[in-house]
Design a protein around this ligand. Structure first.
Ligand code: NDP
Length: 470
């Protein structure tokens, strides 16, 4: 038995920290975990889980119209946030309880307090307690940013969305990434009038151009006022003056404490009840004591780690969003398992970040894995197989909705290098395609797979002719 109080001390009780703590304890290690907020972290408390429940809630938006078009006698009422929100709260409480029980059941000592580092093996709790550990794991995650703009505090960030007492009647969403686009679709479907500013030429930078183009087209078609090449340059309460050129001012009201006026680069004039900044996230490293210990951090404060999640101080490791590698829950969880294999099971296991599937829960969803057409064509000669069509379910009732199925194929190896799906439930579809693609499936493997008919995803195995070669 070592002379330390614990074999592992984890700082942060989110997806990465909880998984690492439980798995390490399962090997017989003596493990402690400190968390000063709710157990479950961003994913469970203020991210993926409440967001997905809001996706489900907002997904009933078209149900009555579609059912009527199919012959049902069906009348829609409005959406009640006041009914939904307490249910959401109860569910998050339940999940937090599950996380707590899992940790207790694994024998992890949980400290509901903030922790900082005294030295390479010593953790100091805000209660004044001090604990030593052979290994320290930092899994403190990140938090939403506001742009550097006077009065930016008048806008909400994603954490605030789940805590709203009432839905605003209108909202301005700033940003074009995952959170901005998902929240735009969710709130629009819940009956909020949504305007979205994105500073670049097309939303969802980094995703396949054809796929993000279709998502943007569908968002426009649903009534989201998506303004590209536009940013916010000034904001204030509606009843005070902002020092901006005359004629360029928008009249905006905020659900977050009263009316707000906003000036946009496009000179937009509009009224909103709230403003949401979805302009990226930064990393919870300030005040941990990393600098004094020589733990190397990057330009934006993220902790620099090697392939084994080890920092520049050998006894200190870091996992999850705080390392700014691939900021997705399943990646944090897998990396936690690799850490436990490496440190507690004597099986050095580097993280594997190759071919990670993900989904953006817009309406329709965007599911993706591997290379975009744009990246692939820079790397090697490729064939592009792509089809965009009106799916049977909604085409039957005259809706213009379109979906996209797209494969990027290496000319040399025939391997499928990328798959991009824009469709209802694309998140579910891409998970299954990801297994084949991770196994190294070729286009011919897809071709010899029998189609499931009639489905949207059968197109993935029936596309015969490339639409482009590059
Ligand atoms: P993203 O990095 O995806 O998007 C940030 C957006 O804000 C970009 O469009 C960026 O523009 C824009 N932006 C940044 N700074 C400014 C500024 N000063 N003014 C105006 N616009 C600005 O971050 P998110 O916050 O949306 O999401 C954070 C991460 O969380 C994601 O990257 C993802 O890893 C994870 N996530 C995953 C989800 C999922 O798996 N479904 C859902 C939600 C989050 P530009 O493109 O020009 O840089």
């Amino acid at each position: 038995m070592s002379s330390f109080d614990f074999d592992l001390f984890v700082i942060g009780g989110g997806s990465a920290g909880v998984r690492a703590a439980r798995m390490a304890a399962g090997t017989g290690a003596r493990v402690a975990l400190a968390e000063d907020d709710r157990l479950g972290g961003t994913c469970v408390i203020r991210g993926c889980v409440p967001k997905k429940l809001m996706v489900f809630a907002s997904g009933f938006h078209d149900l009555a119209d579609e059912a009527r078009a199919y012959g049902w006698d069906f009348t829609a009422g409005g959406f009640s946030w006041e009914t939904f929100r307490p249910l959401l709260r109860l569910e998050l409480d339940r999940l937090e309880g599950v996380y707590s029980k899992l940790l207790d059941g694994s024998g992890v000592s949980v400290f509901k307090t903030r922790a900082t580092l005294d030295d390479a093996h010593t953790v100091r709790l805000s209660t004044g307690q001090v604990a030593t550990a052979a290994h320290i794991l930092i899994a403190t995650g990140g938090r939403p940013d506001r742009p550097d703009l006077p009065n930016a505090h008048l806008g909400m960030v994603s954490d605030d969305i789940f805590l709203m007492d009432a839905l605003p009647k209108s909202i301005l969403i700033v940003g074009g990434g995952f959170i901005a686009c998902e929240m735009a679709c969710i709130l629009n479907n819940m009956g909020v009038k949504v305007t979205q500013f994105y500073r670049g030429a097309q939303i969802l930078r980094g995703f396949d151009d054809e796929a993000r183009g279709l998502v943007a087209e569908r968002m426009h078609a649903q009534g989201i006022d998506l303004r590209l090449g536009t940013n916010i340059i000034a904001m204030d309460r509606a009843n005070t003056d902002i020092d901006v050129p005359a004629g360029d001012m928008a009249q905006v009201t905020s659900g977050n404490g009263g009316p707000v006026r906003v000036k946009g680069t496009s000179g937009l004039e509009a009224e909103f009840d709230a403003v949401l900044f979805a302009t990226g996230r930064s990393f919870n490293t300030a005040g941990l004591g990393l600098e004094a210990l020589g733990v190397k951090t990057g330009r934006r404060g993220e902790i620099v780690v090697d392939a084994y999640s080890q920092t520049s101080v050998p006894s200190i490791f870091a996992l999850g969003d705080v390392t700014n590698r691939v900021n997705l829950t399943p990646v944090a969880i897998k990396d936690a398992m690799a850490f436990v294999d490496t440190v507690f099971l004597g099986k050095p296991t580097p993280v594997d970040h190759d071919l990670i599937a993900s989904a953006v829960f817009t309406q329709p969803e965007l599911g993706t894995i591997g290379l975009t057409e744009e990246t692939a064509r820079e790397q090697e000669p490729i064939e592009v197989y792509s089809t965009s069509f009106r799916p049977m379910r909604t085409a039957f009732i005259g809706k213009p909705d379109r979906v996209l199925m797209k494969l990027i194929v290496s000319k040399a190896t025939r391997r499928v290098l990328g798959c991009h799906i824009v469709a209802p439930e694309a998140g579910e579809m891409i998970q299954l395609a990801a297994i084949a693609i991770k196994m190294g499936a070729t286009k011919e493997d897809f071709d010899r797979t029998m189609a499931v008919h009639p489905t949207m995803s059968e197109e993935l195995v029936t596309m015969r002719t490339p639409v482009r070669s590059a």
